[in-house]
Design a protein around this ligand. Structure first.
Ligand code: CTP
Ligand code: MG
Length: 228
């Protein structure tokens, strides 16, 4: 199926706090954005890439797209206030010709091509699929630093990106959310709220999301291992 990739990279990286937007911070010698762009560049049936960036970073993003060697059109746009707004803006720019959309956070630079492919294959079959890993730690619900309860972790997964959807389904989910003022931290949630099935594709903890300084240190170690 003809596929559009959306890379959301418009966040400021306030928790990382290194003085520049997170997606433009380097890991293993390349920006996080460049890592994801190079991976999606290898997708079969890719028709375009839409990238959301903070205002005034559009030219930098285009330079990263050239570095990544993309040979499909790249649309760069300023993102919105929240991640969900950025995805909605990017989705609005996708070509009506594409049947599938795969969304990825620039903050996960190590998502392998095979993970994108497995999410896309699952979404072709069932309409929606996301990368996720089973919860490994014992989970506690806490209020004011006191444990209220232990949450049984059986059946609990941590959602990641990539997340792939039939394009029309995702448009409907975002429209449903916008009119009802629903906000969510991932796109699967918006599709779930339509009552649609979303499949899980088992991923790995190597598909790290870089949020804090210590994540960045772990990321450099992963990058060094992958380079060997
Ligand atoms: N993102 C986006 N638009 C926003 C907020 C986030 O495109 N308004 C993107 C980020 O660039 C990132 C992904 O969504 O690739 C996940 O967001 P997160 O990890 O929270 O990144 P930041 O928002 O940049 O970090 P922080 O919350 O610490 O400021
Ligand atoms: Mg954020």
């Amino acid at each position: 199926m003809r596929t559009s990739a959306i890379i959301v990279a418009a966040g400021s990286g306030s928790r990382l706090a290194v003085g520049q937007p997170k997606a433009f911070v380097t890991v293993g010698g390349r920006t996080m954005l460049c890592h994801s762009l190079s991976t999606v560049a290898a997708l079969a049936e890719l028709v375009e890439v839409v990238v959301t960036v903070p205002g005034a970073m559009e030219n930098e993003a285009r330079a990263e797209a050239r570095r990544a060697g993309l040979n499909v059109p790249v649309k760069v746009t300023e993102g919105g206030a929240e991640r969900q707004d950025s995805v909605r803006i990017a989705l609005g720019l996708t070509s009506a010709e594409s049947e599938l959309v795969v969304i990825h956070d620039a903050a996960r630079p190590f998502a392998p091509l095979a993970l994108f492919e497995r999410c896309i294959e699952a979404a072709v079959r069932s309409g929606a699929a996301i990368a996720a890993i089973p919860a490994a730690d014992t989970l506690k619900r806490v209020e004011e630093r006191r444990i209220l309860e232990t949450v049984p972790r059986a059946g609990l997964y941590q959602a990641q990106t990539p997340q792939a959807f039939r394009r029309q389904l995702l448009i409907a989910a975002h429209e449903h959310a916008r009119t009802r003022r629903i906000s969510a931290t991932d796109d699967a949630d918006l599709v779930e709220r339509l009552g649609e099935i979303v499949e899980i594709v088992e991923a790995s903890a190597l598909n790290l999301k870089i949020t804090t300084r210590s994540d960045l240190e772990i990321a450099e170690a992963i990058a060094a291992t992958l380079a060997r």
